[in-house]
Design a binder for this molecule. Structure first.
Ligand SMILES: Cc1ncc(COP(=O)(O)O)c(C=O)c1O
Length: 474
């Protein structure tokens, strides 16, 4: 999918694939840079009509730069592809664990998508964003699905008060919901049951969730007991089934297999008096972090999943369920880049050259956690030929704080703007204050305008939650 120029880039401008600018229908998850990326004045990288050097001068660095067009295009492609390929009702919900903030939720909600949340904090963020957009309580309830393998009592009470659908993960949760439901007059709690389908996929073991040895969901051999239990309690409105098999997946087969397994279980539920009408097949579509990555497009993935579900339903002779998908990475990941300022340089002859940037594992923990690979450009030297291989290090007091090993760059100097691509998913949402670094700011760029969507933390923010007992001052 990625052009040959990118396989052997001669300069940063080779990363701007021609097709990215020529075809607005390009699938964002197959692009390394956001769809609006351009070069201005020969050397300056521009995204959303804003040049990155000026953005860093204005907002500081590190800086997350989120391109609205790319994010909206991904939402639109999911939504429209399901309409085209699935003959029943469908809903795309954003897995907000990828990046939960008021602005991200607002853009995605305005594209008509729903939300999956995995904690009280994500639930609160989504609820507040939707309220600000004028959603009624009923619309908010219909828009949110609540996940988690160990939801607290307070989280379950909040979810019931909001009225969102709870994706039940285990027996304790099921029993707690029955207690809460029975204790509250006139309440029925909408639920889906999360199942572990026993499907393997080729991705990092930390982001694989559908295999049998997973902490998430009910085991297949418990399904009949779960169906029997759920059918007894009128306070539970069990609408359907859920499974999520993992993340950053490039093959279509695992989701096609998943469709077959889940539809069989939908059919089986009928024997227990549960006429389930919803099937949530999770997220997981991969994106391009490097030229070696080759995921199917959003449209191809949706087509494969839709056809597999329809075929399985035909085989089992059941009506088409409402089909729900909950992508995270492929919606927000390709829409964002992180801009850093280059600082110190260390050359170890015949071994390695390090260049250090002003962020690192606190704003992007993926390399140190999953050994994830990224590609970089220098935003103010886009046409300068690539001449060196360097290791881009973060500024943390940790040897493993390496953002990119063996990055291909032009001659780079302190003050240059180094841009890491594809940082929209699981970067800000996994960011920390390790070494008491402030979390970066984020801007949303569109048509030459940049709006702050996250303020940079200040030193004062860093000590805001600290408490100093009086006796320590004596
Ligand atoms: C339950 C669930 N749904 C959806 C997702 C989103 O996955 P992805 O970001 O790969 O689309 C995740 C992420 O791992 C998840 O755990």
């Amino acid at each position: 999918m990625i052009s040959t120029e990118i396989r052997t880039p001669h300069s940063g401008q080779d990363y701007l694939e021609k097709s990215a600018t020529e075809s607005p229908r390009r699938s964002p998850n197959q692009s390394l840079l956001p769809l609006t990326a351009k070069i201005k004045d020969k050397d300056l990288l521009e995204i959303g009509g804003c040049d990155l050097k000026t953005l860093v001068e204005q907002f500081g660095s590190p800086l997350y730069i989120l391109d609205e067009v790319t994010l909206r295009t991904a939402c639109e492609q999911y939504r429209d592809s399901f309409k085209t390929y699935y003959q029943g009702e469908s809903q795309v919900i954003y897995a907000s664990k990828a990046w939960s903030s008021l602005a991200v939720v607002s853009v995605i909600a305005s594209e008509g998508l729903g939300f999956d949340v995995v904690s009280g904090g994500e639930l609160y963020t989504t609820q507040k964003a939707l309220e600000k957009m004028g959603y009624s309580p009923q619309q908010i309830a219909q828009t949110i699905y609540f996940h988690g393998n160990n939801k607290s009592l307070e989280e379950l009470q909040l979810a019931i008060a909001i009225g969102c659908t709870i994706i039940v993960d285990n027996w304790l949760e099921l029993e707690t919901l029955v207690k809460l439901g029975n204790a509250t007059p006139n309440v029925t709690i909408p639920i889906l049951l999360r199942l572990t389908p026993g499907i393997e996929c080729h991705t990092h073991e930390y982001i694989r969730t559908g295999h049998l040895d997973s902490k998430f969901g009910f085991d297949p051999n418990q399904i009949e007991a779960v169906f029997t239990y759920v059918a007894q309690y009128p306070c539970l409105n069990c609408r359907g089934l859920h499974a999520h098999i993992g993340s950053q997946i490039f093959e279509r087969q695992p989701h096609q297999d998943l469709a077959g397994v889940m539809v069989e279980w939908l059919k089986k539920a009928q024997d227990y008096g549960l006429p389930l009408t919803e099937l949530n097949i999770g997220g997981g579509l991969g994106i391009c972090y490097t030229e070696a990555d080759d995921p199917p497009s959003i449209e191809e993935w949706v087509k494969a999943v839709s056809e597999a579900v329809m075929k399985a339903c035909e085989g089992q002779k059941i009506a088409l369920p409402k089909l729900i998908a909950e992508p995270g990475r492929s919606l927000v990941g390709p829409a964002c880049v992180t801009a850093y300022t280059v600082g110190s340089r260390k050359e170890i002859p015949q071994l390695r050259t390090y260049i250090a940037v002003d962020g690192g594992m606190s704003d992007n923990p993926r390399p140190i956690t999953y050994q994830s690979l990224y590609r970089v450009v220098i935003a103010n030297r886009m046409s300068v030929p690539i001449t060196e291989t360097v290791t881009v290090a973060g500024k943390h007091c940790e040897s493993g704080d390496i953002l990119i090993k063996d990055a291909q760059l032009p001659q780079t100097h302190p003050g240059d703007i180094l841009v890491v691509m594809g940082t929209g998913a699981y970067n800000y949402s996994m960011a920390s204050n390790y070494n008491r670094l402030s979390r970066p700011a984020a801007v949303l760029v569109h048509d030459g305008e940049a709006n702050l969507i996250l303020q940079r933390e200040t030193y004062e923010d860093l000590i805001r939650q600290d408490c100093l007992p009086q006796r320590l001052l004596a």
